[in-house]
Design a protein. Structure first.
Ligand code: AMP
Ligand code: ZN
Length: 115
């Protein structure tokens, strides 16, 4: 979708530093971080939010959850929060499904690009 900012990042129309990338999803840093580590896990498929999820998406979401564990290991996170906002009334601003991964642990900052 050309008017979706995450589709534009996915296609490369908006340049980004993808810290993890595969055929299903990619990971970038949030442009307005709410914690020392604030990553966004974003599927390539334009799914507006969890309200639009279908059974065929189960494997994709499973892979994204496994990736959040791998990211925690990669960046030495001792813990993290995962947030998925679904719907305007829940505070969703970008209507392309994404997982927020937030952490306060320090060592990750040194390894993330841009920090
Ligand atoms: P949500 O409220 O769950 O829809 O969160 C959308 C998130 O996307 C916010 O935390 C924004 O800071 C973030 N965001 C918006 N545009 C960009 C962008 N171009 N690159 C990285 N993060 C973005
Ligand atoms: Zn999109």
């Amino acid at each position: 979708m050309s008017d979706c900012i995450f589709c534009r990042i996915a296609s490369g129309a908006i340049p980004s530093e993808k810290i993890l990338d595969n055929e299903h999803f990619f990971v970038i840093q949030d442009i307005h971080p709410k914690a020392p580590v604030h990553l966004l896990l974003i599927p390539y498929e334009h799914i507006p939010n969890l309200l639009d999820l279908e059974a065929k998406h189960a494997a994709l979401l499973g892979k994204m959850l496994v990736a959040s564990s791998q990211l925690a290991q990669k960046y030495d996170l001792s813990g993290f929060r995962t947030i998925i906002n679904s719907g305007q009334s829940a505070g969703q601003e970008v209507f392309h499904l994404h997982f927020h991964l937030l952490a306060n642990t320090g060592s990750a900052q040194k390894k993330l690009p841009g920090f």
